[in-house]
Design a protein around this ligand. Structure first.
Ligand SMILES: Cc1cc2nc3c(=O)[nH]c(=O)nc-3n(C[C@H](O)[C@H](O)[C@H](O)COP(=O)(O)O)c2cc1C
Length: 197
């Protein structure tokens, strides 16, 4: 027996809860931006993925019009910082709805470092930063998908083994349903099987 849900006959919050509980685990883009007047901003976004390979483009979704989105529109750039397990409470703290003009870097005690290619700062303690220039935005209902062309990737060498970012050292957090977060589980490897027709 299945429970059937027709989104058009269900309140949007319930549909949202179902989707975020079932599209799991979601990687967390810890998005740093800067406004036109120079206030920097930091907020986690789990509606995040790779949009294209060549050119390299990543995407995150702003549900509603949040400071991160407004800053990207104003200054045309953002940084995706990988969200590591060691910064769990701080990442969550940066999701607080501080008034515009407050920097989460300062309010939550997150150390910044300058980016190489964009004005928005990076999170100093994040293993990987993807510096992005705004590619485009796509408005869908109450949400806006932000596409950013990756113009620079900065990986802390501590996390690299043989030129490869080592997952067990980076320990990225993920977002699940409700207030649940995931930590890195077991890592399994298997080679792709070529078709032998
Ligand atoms: C782990 C996590 C993931 C989140 N993912 C999103 C998301 O994908 N899109 C979104 O609009 N808000 C998301 N939020 C909520 C925002 O981080 C929150 O509204 C924040 O205050 C927005 O900050 P800003 O106004 O400075 O951009 C998430 C919150 C948490 C804790």
């Amino acid at each position: 027996m299945r429970i059937d849900v027709d989104p058009s006959q269900t309140d949007p919050t319930s549909v949202y809860r179902l989707l975020t509980a079932t599209v799991v685990p979601r990687p967390i883009a810890w998005v740093s931006t800067v406004s036109a007047d120079g206030t920097d901003n930091l907020a986690p976004h789990s509606f995040f993925t790779i949009a294209s390979v060549n050119p390299p483009v990543v995407q995150f979704t702003s549900v509603g019009r949040k400071d991160s989105l407004r800053n990207v529109e104003e200054t045309g750039a953002f940084v995706v910082n990988l969200a590591p397990e060691g910064l769990f409470e701080r990442i969550n703290a940066t999701a607080t709805d501080f008034p515009r003009g407050t920097s989460e870097f300062d309010a939550c005690g997150v150390e910044r470092e300058p980016s190489l290619r964009v004005k928005a700062p990076r999170v100093a303690a994040s293993p990987v930063a993807l510096e992005c220039e705004l590619h485009s935005t796509l408005r869908i209902g109450d949400s806006t998908v932000v596409f950013g062309r990756v113009v620079h990737v900065a990986v802390d060498e501590v996390y690299m083994t043989d030129g490869h970012p080592e997952i067990t050292r980076m320990r990225p957090l993920t977002r699940l349903g409700r207030n649940e977060w995931g930590t890195l589980g077991g890592v399994r490897e298997i080679a792709r099987v070529p078709y032998q027709g």
